[in-house]
Design a protein around this ligand. Sequence first.
Ligand code: CTP
Length: 188
Amino acid sequence: ITYGTYDLLHQGHINLLRRAKALGDYLIVGVTTDNFDLDRGKLNVRNNVMERIENVRKTGLADEIIIEEYLGQKIDDIQRYNVDIFAIGSDWEGHFDYLREFCQVVYLPRTEGISSTQLREEFQEEIIDHHRAGDGKEVAEKLRPRGKRRTAERHVAVQPEPREEGQRKNNQHRRDMRGNRDEPEVEQ
Ligand code: CTP
């Protein structure tokens, strides 16, 4: 039996599953639920549990896939499924020695240079770059010319007229509205 999140399934996962499978004749893979990961502090897992299960299934290396949803489930599973070997990557070295009471515990060599964390960070960088590039392009092609025009229009519109000139126009406007009737003009 082996456990993991298997987010953004990568070559390290495949190697691990292949090595685990080679230890016995029937491989059970426990995939963590989204809540279980949240509870243990894995906050930015990209694939949901159904996607992660599906990706593990597609490797063709798991004979059975179960979900891991609570702390202490490993002991229950080992007993329930009559497991002979618990296998996990060497990044967990020593961490699961307490299971030796129930079955054999094997730490398998971890594949260097790849992890879900690394992939998530790379995707994050790509997303940021994409937005930067997108914004840059939009500003250049759309926003900037319109912005310039708007600024120019606003400047013209808010340009204050000399007071007397504005007054003269206002009075003229009132005369027009009154149809040039001979009424005294109201000083503003
Ligand atoms: N694993 C491995 N080699 C890697 C990455 C993972 O052998 N380069 C193994 C882990 O040791 C574990 C299994 O794959 O037995 C599932 O690990 P998981 O935690 O899902 O993958 P990580 O890539 O380590 O994920 P994260 O970066 O989120 O910790």
